[in-house]
Design a protein around this ligand. Structure first.
Ligand SMILES: Cc1cc2nc3c(=O)[nH]c(=O)nc-3n(C[C@H](O)[C@H](O)[C@H](O)COP(=O)(O)OP(=O)(O)OC[C@H]3O[C@@H](n4cnc5c(N)ncnc54)[C@H](O)[C@@H]3O)c2cc1C
Length: 586
């Protein structure tokens, strides 16, 4: 049953309590309740995603955040590497979590990303050879919304799942730029065609068609799939509007504090003080933190698992002194490279309320048209040249020789957050991302009250590798968008990017990157997996929290290295294996 707090729960003891009904949390809830004798409570701070049309419409994803009721509305501290800017730090605060508000790109990253996780964790179960079994459990490949022909050239369907929970599909609305992107991959050797962009079992270097978590023109989230498929089960209770403020011990198990009591309050506005009496619920078996990288990290700290150095500041009695909690924050940064173009594109839709109303009405009646599609149709994952000076004298931060250093996303519209599009002109954005960054930041408590906004410092662009790779990615974007197939379309790099590029001065280009980049919202690493006796790390390779009993973390925070692609697919697979580990532990 799904209940909206403050309805009192009929019982306060469950076998498992999952904190956070987001991407990972709802996978675990669904898998654990397959056993009808096991009871599960999910506590989610946000409300239901049901009936919220912009969540369902793929093209409207960018309207769901930041600074909305579906976002935690956090910001980073000033980023020295980004000209001192504070960036919005979006994360979903709604059933389905970030899978309800993300941009739907769906992939698994390179097999080497998983193999590195297996090596670093000391658990070969995280290697791709084992993880690949979760693709068919997780994924249901469905036809694109427009049912277009020729999909065999855009996806290698035999490597995909067809009967899993989350629907995945190719772009459902053709863009004028699709054929230009494709032609470029055929003509320019440095940008090879990638016949499937999901990674995993297939090659992961090149440019190809985006796969989205959508079916029939409608978003597929952990709520609309894993939870919907489990919602009839009497052994599953999902309590909405319930913000967890800490976990605390109810004794000891095998000499370790037994972290099995969860304290929550009816959700209030984040940033206000806790004024209502907290409610306690107890897990017989385990508490599972799936509150996302930011949420789980600060909950560990409020539960006394963190660095003793910070404890006096925030009045948290320390249970486990572990400075790794909150350290190692790693994220992807988007660099919005805008080109002016001639001819029709999505700007015609973004500029015009009448065209938008038509698109909405087409989506409402047929689930087709531009709104049935995400904001981009093609992207690519590429490496620096092997003789690049950027790689000299450092160990290659990519997961392996077949894993990318940067990404390019082709959006046939204006994408320059914070800058208004000039009216009546048309643009193409080739957004680039350093996918193997070496900068590491941290998450901490923002104050003694659990509802205070957290301290978030990703340290974006703090290393030479990151800024130099960013500059290389921007130059690669120019080579791509000005190759022969674009002769009748691309005019030139535009705006601050255009000025910096035309200057031919790399310091100006660097200033542009630092002034205009923004997060891709892929934070990981602050509750990193490590082997049992390692001197670093927060969770063991089975995701149990070091130094306590009865507590696991299952979400993006446990990846010690950032996967080299968009992170929802990796989180889904991680949560599938985590569910098996929890079941096996009984
Ligand atoms: C704007 C945006 C766009 C993105 N685009 C893409 C994309 O196109 N493709 C892609 O692969 N990835 C994308 N991502 C990243 C991807 O969505 C995330 O990596 C992934 O969903 C994280 O899953 P999670 O389970 O770790 O956390 P989440 O899905 O964020 O789940 C955490 C849940 O815990 C709840 N919670 C947190 N704290 C508490 C608390 N104290 N008490 C109770 N509940 C709590 C939250 O409300 C939330 O529901 C995007 C992310 C964002 C924010």
């Amino acid at each position: 049953a799904t209940i909206t707090a403050p309805t009192p729960l009929a019982t306060t003891t469950f076998d498992y309590i999952i904190v956070g009904g987001g991407t990972a949390g709802l996978v675990v809830a669904s898998r654990l309740t397959e056993n009808s004798s096991v009871s599960v409570l999910v506590l989610e701070a946000g409300l239901s995603d049901k009936g919220i049309v912009p969540i369902q419409v793929p093209f409207l994803a960018p309207t769901l955040s930041p600074q909305t009721s579906l976002d935690w509305n956090s910001t980073t501290i000033q980023q020295g590497g980004l000209a001192g800017r504070n960036l919005p730090y979006i994360r979903g605060r709604v059933l389905g979590g970030s899978s309800s508000i993300n941009f739907l790109f769906h992939q698994y990253c390179s097999s080497e990303d998983w193999d590195r996780l297996g090596t670093v964790s000391g658990d070969s179960g995280w290697k791709w050879a084992n993880m690949r079994q979760y693709v068919p459990k997780h994924e249901k490949l469905v036809p694109p919304a427009d049912n277009h022909a020729g999909t065999a050239a855009q996806i290698l369907s035999s490597t995909h799942g067809i009967a899993g929970d989350v629907s995945v599909s190719l772009p459902g609305f053709n863009e004028t730029t699709d054929s230009m992107v494709y032609q470029t991959t055929r003509q320019v050797a440095e940008f090879p065609y990638l016949p499937d962009t999901s990674g995993g079992d297939t090659r992961f270097l090149g440019v190809g068609f985006i796969q989205s978590s959508a079916a029939g023109g409608v978003r597929s989230s952990s709520s609309t799939t894993y939870l919907a498929n489990a919602s009839g089960r009497p052994n599953l209770t999902v309590l909405l509007n319930a913000t967890v403020i800490k976990v605390f011990p109810n004794g000891n198990t095998s000499g370790l504090p037994s972290m099995r009591v969860v304290q929550y309050i009816p959700s209030q506005l984040v940033g206000t003080a806790v004024t209502v009496a907290p409610i306690n619920v107890t897990a017989r078996k385990e508490v599972i933190l799936s509150a996302g990288t930011v949420g789980s990290t600060i909950l560990l700290m409020f539960s006394g698992i963190g660095s003793a150095r910070n404890a006096p500041k925030f009045n948290t009695p320390i249970i486990v002194d572990n400075p790794s909690v909150g350290a190692n924050l790693t994220d992807h940064l988007l660099i919005p490279n805008v080109f002016e173009v001639t001819g029709s594109n999505l700007d015609g839709l973004l500029d015009n309320a009448t065209v938008q109303a038509q698109a909405m009405s087409q989506w409402t009646s047929t689930k087709m048209g531009p709104y049935a599609n995400s904001v981009a149709n093609t992207y690519g994952f590429l490496r620096l040249p092997s003789n690049s000076t950027i790689l000299k004298g450092i160990s290659d931060p990519a997961a392996g020789p077949n894993s990318p250093h940067f990404e390019m996303i082709f959006t046939n519209a204006w994408f320059l957050p914070g800058v208004t599009k000039p009216a009546t002109r048309d643009f193409l954005s080739v957004v680039t991302v350093v996918v193997s960054p070496t900068s590491r930041g941290q998450i901490g408590l923002g104050g003694a009250d659990p509802l205070h906004q957290p301290f978030i410092d990703p340290q974006f662009m703090a290393t030479d590798f990151d800024i130099n790779t960013a500059l290389d990615s921007v130059n690669a974007a120019v080579r791509f968008a000005t190759a022969a197939p674009w002769n009748n379309y691309t005019l030139q790099p535009f705006g601050p990017f255009g000025v910096a590029f035309a200057s031919n001065d790399s310091s100006q280009l660097e200033t542009y990157v630092r002034k205009f980049s923004t997060s891709a919202f892929h934070p990981v690493g602050t509750a990193a997996i490590s082997p049992v006796n390692a001197a670093f790390g927060v969770v063991n390779s089975d995701l149990t929290v070091k130094g306590v009993s009865g507590l696991r973390v299952v979400d993006a925070s446990v990846f010690p290295f950032i996967p080299s692609c968009h992170t929802q697919g990796p989180v889904y697979l991680l949560a599938e294996r985590a569910s098996d580990l929890i079941k096996a532990a009984g």
